[in-house]
Design a protein around this ligand. Structure first.
Ligand SMILES: NC(=O)c1ccc[n+]([C@@H]2O[C@H](COP(=O)([O-])OP(=O)(O)OC[C@H]3O[C@@H](n4cnc5c(N)ncnc54)[C@H](O)[C@@H]3O)[C@@H](O)[C@H]2O)c1
Ligand SMILES: [Zn+2]
Ligand SMILES: [Zn+2]
Length: 379
């Protein structure tokens, strides 16, 4: 089969590799029809993680089931399925509690597994013609009849829509509240959309990319073009000097200042400043335990110069981590089915798999207009 293979930093290519296949009785084999490129793929693409050359990327996958293992009961050949980026077993202590992002079975020694991801187990990604799905009955979300017609909406259930929603869940967004969201990438845009679903009264989205801020305005958010003091002042002004009721971090450790230089503590400290006293903060942007190639000494050790004193004084709370996609994807899919939301509003490019290397390059440079790429191995 054809697949997008990671060769080394900023070097990916389409190669012929052995077909994915059923390896265990509980596996499902999927012919991929859509697989997105994600901001998380860029951490690997840029060589900022310990990704082994030769591995296949792609954790935001949707496709058609073409074979099921003998122990699969629920999922059938021909079903169109969307796969959560996390791989869960369904029976460990964490999966049982709905925390499938922290499965204890699928990546022994660590909590959490994913497709095509550094440090998340040996599983191949879905930027390929075929994908092996472990524990298929647990992991496959079988899509309704309009699956083909709304494929670019449903594929967002694999990661960014539930992840944006998870940010608002960690931040406990309540009806009528104001929310400040750092990052207008796909995850931040989905957190804005999720805040609207939850009834927020004011949603501020902070970034410097005008094309992305425009997309935030399309769902009714207030765009804040400024990641430093100006942006902070604007939010304080718009919230009567108190700060927003709650906040979401949707950027991660590569967050930048206005000159596009990495300042790893910028978004976290801005959240402490712009969220009110006692407000809650949801952090889904990725911060990694070590980054040996980083310029910042603390960042190399996975540490941050965090304004803990202010945070403590304000009595704020933080929730962090990978989104437990399974906890939300079924209900969020109904919002798509009944035309309440259209997450495909963030899609900027729909490309055949062969064009994935150029797509990575453009998306990595955050070129104007490259918000979300959906790769179509069938095209
Ligand atoms: N927790 C999870 O389960 C999960 C799932 C998916 C993605 N992620 C992570 O979420 C983060 C965002 O993902 P994405 O796909 O939207 O990425 P992205 O890189 O496309 O978007 C990040 C955005 O943040 C903006 N930004 C940079 N510095 C900023 C600052 N100081 N203030 C405000 N905005 C700033 C960038 O301009 C960019 O538009 C990444 O760290 C990704 O790895 C986490
Ligand atoms: Zn992703
Ligand atoms: Zn598990």
């Amino acid at each position: 089969m054809k697949a997008l293979v990671y060769n080394g930093p900023r070097d990916v290519s389409i190669k012929n590799v052995p077909d994915a296949r059923i390896e265990r009785a509980t596996d499902v084999l999927v012919r991929i029809t859509s697989s997105n490129i994600c901001g998380s793929d860029l951490h690997m693409y840029e060589g900022r993680t310990a990704m082994q050359p030769g591995r296949i990327l792609g954790h935001e996958n949707l496709g058609e089931v073409i074979e099921v293992g003998p122990a699969v009961d629920r999922v059938k050949v021909g079903d169109r399925v969307c796969l959560p980026f996390n791989i869960g077993c369904g029976f460990c202590e964490n999966c049982e509690r709905g925390l499938s992002g922290f499965c204890l079975t699928c990546n022994p020694g660590t909590a959490g597994a994913a497709y095509g991801f550094a440090g998340m187990g040996p599983y191949s990604g879905g930027q390929a013609e075929l994908l092996r799905v472990p524990y298929g009955d647990f992991n496959c979300l079988v899509l309704p009849r309009d699956a083909a017609e709304k494929e670019n909406d449903y594929v967002m259930l694999s990661d960014v829509f539930p992840t944006g929603y998870h940010a608002t869940e960690l931040a406990c967004v309540q009806p009528g509240q104001s929310v400040v969201i750092y990052g207008a990438g796909p995850v931040g845009l989905m957190a804005a959309c999720a805040s609207m679903i939850r009834g927020a009264s004011q949603v501020f989205v902070v970034d410097t990319h005008k094309d992305r801020l425009k997309l935030a305005e399309k769902v009714g958010a207030i765009a804040i073009d400024g990641t430093e003091a100006d942006g902070v002042e604007k939010i304080m002004e718009l919230t009567g000097g108190k700060g927003a009721d709650c906040g979401c971090e949707c950027v991660g450790y590569q967050c930048c200042n206005m000159h596009r230089e990495e300042v790893p503590n910028l978004t976290m400290n801005n959240l402490v400043k712009t969220v009110k006293a006692t407000g809650k903060i949801g952090v889904v942007g990725v911060f990694i335990p070590e980054d040996p190639g980083a310029e910042d000494v603390l960042e190399r050790r996975g540490q941050l110069a965090f304004d803990f004193g202010q945070f403590w004084l304000k009595g704020q709370r933080i929730g962090t981590g990978q989104a437990n996609v399974k906890a939300y994807n079924r209900l969020l899919s109904r919002l798509i089915e009944h035309d309440r939301v259209q997450p495909s509003w963030i899609v900027s490019h729909e490309l055949p798999l062969d064009q994935a290397p150029e797509a990575y390059e453009n998306f990595d440079q955050r070129k104007n207009g490259w918000t979300k790429v959906v790769l179509k191995p069938g095209l």
